[in-house]
Design a protein around this ligand. Structure first.
Ligand code: FES
Length: 94
C-alpha cells in the first residue's frame, strides 16, 4: 500500500529551469530564491525575511531571467519558477 508521502510527491508539479547554466528541477510554486538556495546557489538578500512577509524594496536579490527571447531583471524571492526559465545570478548587470 503506497504511503501518503509518496502520493503527495506524485501530485507535486515540477518544472525544469537553469540557474547559471545548471539544469535544475524545482517545484512549480517555488520562488527563484528558494530554488537557488535549495540548489546551493547563493543570492544575496537584505530585506527578505520569511517571518516578516513581503517587503521587496532593496532589490539586492535581483537576478536576470530569460523567457524565450526576452531578458529582464526580477526580484528572486518574489518571482516563481516556471518551465524553461533561464536564470543568471552573476552577470555584470546583476
Ligand atoms: S532581498 Fe530585498 S528585494 Fe530581494
Amino acid at each position: 500500500m503506497p504511503s501518503v508521502v509518496n502520493n503527495q510527491e506524485k501530485n507535486i508539479t515540477m518544472v525544469n529551469l537553469t540557474i547559471n547554466g545548471r539544469e535544475i528541477k524545482a517545484e512549480k510554486n517555488a520562488t527563484i530564491l528558494e530554488t537557488a538556495r535549495d540548489s546551493g546557489i547563493y543570492i544575496p538578500t537584505l530585506c527578505y525575511n520569511e517571518s516578516l512577509g513581503p517587503e521587496g524594496r532593496c532589490r539586492l536579490c535581483l537576478v536576470e531571467i530569460k523567457q524565450g527571447k526576452r531578458t529582464r531583471f526580477v526580484t528572486s524571492w518574489l518571482f516563481l519558477v516556471e518551465e524553461g526559465l533561464q536564470v543568471q545570478t552573476e552577470t555584470e548587470q546583476v
